[in-house]
Design a protein around this ligand. Structure first.
Ligand SMILES: C[S@@+](CC[C@H](N)C(=O)[O-])C[C@H]1O[C@@H](n2cnc3c(N)ncnc32)[C@H](O)[C@@H]1O
Length: 579
């Protein structure tokens, strides 16, 4: 390997006397030696600079955390130039990890979890084993028995309860009792167990699993084998829980745990996808439970750095909204195949500004094309102190700063709708209008709560969609011309199969949210803005969030009245119909 030298631009004087560095204040980089997954699933790579191991954060490449050095106040991060061949270092590390997994999988991928004091919850080998298992499972197209699945589920729940109990107890650091132990058979630490793959005697597919070698620990009763299936899954699920669960995953507890996941290879999301299988090889997908659905959704919100979305029903026994195969997408559109080009819009289309914080729209170059002005014609922003000002006339798109702009993503005053949602949301069962959405905390007037997501669909294709999708379509018509000769492309967003919490926002004739069009990574003027939801007034915590589905409609529009169904918003002055 050619030697790569990492330069430090640290202001810290002690760099000059660092052993191993050269006269330019550089250290040779040995390679990536470990990685760490935090509770949001972000990966940090640990780089060995031979004399000073440090942590390289690839997306914020410039922050390096030095493990064997700290200032007097205990802080140990510095800013420095990114490693020149970061991708190569990381790819090499991933290749090495893959090789290790392959070796492990040949040996055995068995993992046992035992409760007991003084045992590690997780270690490098359990994670490698879990990944090896998943890879083998995918390749072998193996089937998993119902019994194993049932045991998985019960054990997963047990693990979940333990984790929650522990989080509730407010403990930090080590679990003192009821700890899990997960280790690989190959390392001789765990009780003798066999992978679920080798135990599926009844499955025709099982006999073809010739790629999977029996391990040296073969004499195991089928009960143990199934139990191992449960244990195994729990091990991987536990890791997933820690990094994804909204309650435990985002707590200090989870962060504590995540630091112990050092040297794991890659993401911990290894929860089995195939849940149950009949012996006829017909796959039956188990309906999600409330907690599994919340977990899946919050895996996505967590990755988008957004606040949680939880499901609540104080009205009846319905556990979850009837979402079918709904996929949660927090902050972007999905695209029908023929619209993929739009998704990859050339970034060169975007104007960029070179302000620092974007305090004056007339000085902000990306606002040159904005139609948002004060009465004197001077360009203005749509936001003041982070809140929407409602000074945007209909038909005008708000243009936020974009990735090409030089402004700081955290301090720019003109980036609001694109910022991760910081208000936790509950999707809850309403009395009269199915499921709805509400904020867990009070919301200030002007606060932007999120954007509508779903599949971007050409308007002309909407009529081919199944009837069930109709209640979940939002037309992106705010910048469309009223002119019948307008031949421009028209789009709608369909949140039936994928979308976010905003698909549960019900209609009210006296709403507390309004919707405006905003662009930042889609091209202005192409009728593909995002639709952002802003509070029109102060909203108390847990009051239902509502919009007017058809704000332009006349109260007594006969056609709409006939097309619509009875409005159940219950607000004074309700117009009586909803579409
Ligand atoms: C975007 S969805 C809202 C979420 C929906 N309540 C659910 O449970 O999935 C729109 C549908 O909700 C129902 N809905 C929303 N607001 C309503 C209202 N004010 N009165 C009656 N039904 C309403 C209608 O069935 C409408 O087609």
């Amino acid at each position: 390997m050619s030697e790569l030298w990492q330069r430090s631009s640290s202001p810290v004087e002690t760099w000059s006397d660092a052993e191993g560095g050269n006269e330019h204040g550089e250290w040779p980089v040995g390679g990536v030696i470990g990685e760490e997954v935090d509770c949001f699933g972000n990966v940090k790579y640990e780089v060995n600079t031979t004399s000073r191991p440090c942590i390289l954060v690839p997306h914020l490449v410039k922050q390096v955390e030095w493990l064997k050095w700290s200032r007097e106040d205990g802080s140990n991060t510095t800013w420095m130039d990114g490693l020149a061949d970061t991708p190569n270092l990381i790819n090499r590390w991933k290749r090495e990890q893959r090789k290790k997994r392959a070796i492990l999988a040949e040996e055995s991928v068995d993992i046992g979890i035992t409760w007991g004091p003084d045992t590690m919850i997780h270690n490098e080998n359990t994670e490698l084993g879990a990944q090896a298992f998943e890879e083998k499972k995918r390749k072998s197209k193996e089937r998993i028995s119902r019994a194993a699945v049932a045991l998985w589920d019960s054990e997963i729940e047990a693990v979940g309860r333990r984790v929650e109990e522990f989080a509730r107890s407010g403990s930090h650091g080590h679990l003192s009792t009821h700890r899990l132990r997960a280790s690989t058979i190959g390392k001789g630490k765990a009780s003798p167990v066999v992978t679920p793959i080798r135990t599926r005697r009844h499955s025709p597919a099982m006999s073809s699993s010739t790629r999977i070698k029996p391990s040296s620990t073969t004499t195991v009763a089928s009960y143990d084998s199934r139990r191992n299936a449960a244990s195994f899954s729990s091990s991987s699920t536990l890791a997933a829980m820690m990094s994804e669960s909204p309650s435990a995953g985002r707590s200090a507890f989870a962060r504590d745990i995540s630091t112990r996941m050092k040297n794991f290879s890659g993401s911990s999301s290894v929860v089995p996808q195939v849940r149950a299988v009949a012996t006829t090889n017909t796959y039956i997908k188990k309906p999600p439970t409330r907690s599994s659905l919340e977990k899946a959704w919050n895996k996505v919100t967590g990755k988008a750095y957004a606040a949680t979305v939880e499901i609540v029903n104080d009205i009846d026994d319905e556990q979850i909204p009837p979402v079918g195969q709904f996929k949660y997408v927090e902050n972007k559109y999905m695209y029908d195949d023929d619209l993929k080009d739009i998704a990859t819009a050339d970034i060169g289309h975007f104007l960029m500004c070179d302000c620092h914080e974007c305090t004056d729209a007339s000085e902000c170059h990306c606002q040159v094309v904005s139609d948002l002005t004060d009465p004197s014609g001077k360009k203005i922003f749509a936001y003041k102190e982070g809140l929407f000002t409602f000074n945007v006339p209909s038909g005008v798109e708000v243009i936020e700063c974009n990735n090409r702009c030089n402004c700081d993503v955290f301090t720019c005053k003109n980036r609001v709708a694109q910022k991760p949602r910081d208000v936790p949301i509950e999707v809850f069962k309403t009395r009269n209008t199915g499921w709805g959405a509400r904020a867990v905390v009070p919301v200030e007037a002007g606060k932007v709560l999120g954007i509508y997501t779903g599949t971007l669909t050409r308007r002309e294709d909407v009529e081919n969609l199944p009837e069930s999708h109709m209640g979940y379509l939002f037309d992106l018509d705010c910048t469309e011309s009223e002119d019948d000769n307008d031949t421009g492309d028209k789009y709608s967003v369909d949140s039936y199969e994928c979308g976010n919490w905003t698909r549960f926002i019900n209609h009210s004739c006296n709403p507390n949210l309004s919707v405006y069009a905003v662009v930042y990574d889609t091209v202005r003027g192409m009728n593909i803005p995002y639709l952002a939801f802003a509070a029109i007034k102060d909203i108390p915590a847990r009051a239902e969030l509502t919009i007017n589905y058809y704000p332009a409609a006349e109260m007594d529009d006969d056609t709409l009245m006939q097309k619509g169904s009875q409005c159940m918003c219950g607000s004074p002055g309700c117009r009586g119909w909803v579409i």
